[in-house]
Design a protein around this ligand. Structure first.
Ligand code: HQG
Length: 181
């Protein structure tokens, strides 16, 4: 597969595994898993046939490792980023003392008041690397990187989880724990 095909297929998988499984007849379980066979059949039925070998390649080469197979290789899910209701079953985990969130200036007035909210997704997405946050913010314009005092949040009882692909997930970040606003 060339890079363009890889990106197109990855976007299609993100769409169905995170946001709209029903559009191709999928019913993810509580943790977001679907049968690989059902996914391939659903994509084929929508005129977007993908072979198992191509799927393997997309999962393996995806720039952010967005998708994962279960141990048996018969089920697949997105590792994070869902808007559908899922319980990703990652264990609670202690984050680094600081985490980063990339956004844009237009969001700041509301973030100053209500902190970071998951918006349409299941969780707020944070990164251990400043550079990653710059990239995330750049998707929407000139990036603004907020620093999260995750050590203080952890002390105060907030629950952090880290996805298989290294994204830190938390239900919300009140403004008191944010700097850079
Ligand atoms: C902002 C991509 C106003 C938040 C990326 C962001 C990431 C608020 C937007 C992953 C707010 C939500 C997630 C508030 C948060 N008021 N705006 N109170 N709280 N926001 O896309 O973090 O390619 O849902 O700053 O790389 O940008 O999909 O979240 O700008 O890892 O795998 O509301 O998605 O990964 O946007 O991105 P998103 P995000 P994938």
């Amino acid at each position: 597969m060339n890079d363009a095909q890889l990106i197109t297929t990855s976007k299609r998988l993100s769409y169905h595994l995170r946001h709209a499984p029903e559009k191709i007849g999928l019913e993810p379980d509580a943790a977001g898993w679907v049968e690989v066979a059902a996914l391939l059949a659903g994509l084929g039925g929508a005129g977007r046939a993908v072979s198992r070998a191509e799927l393997d390649e997309v999962v393996a080469r995806n720039d952010k490792r967005r998708f994962e197979f279960d141990e048996s290789g018969t089920r697949i899910r997105a590792s994070q980023g869902h808007s559908i209701d899922v319980e990703l079953d990652y264990p609670r985990s202690t984050p680094p003392d600081l985490l980063f969130h990339g956004t844009v200036a237009a969001a700041l007035p509301s973030i100053r008041i209500e902190g970071l909210k998951p918006m349409r997704r299941h969780d707020v997405h944070l990164s251990a690397l400043h550079d990653t946050a710059v990239r995330v913010g750049s998707r929407r314009g000139k990036p603004v990187v907020l620093t999260v005092d995750s050590a203080a949040m952890q002390r105060d009882g907030y629950e952090f989880r880290v996805s298989t692909n290294g994204v830190w997930l938390v239900a919300g970040v009140p403004p008191d724990y944010l700097s850079g606003l």
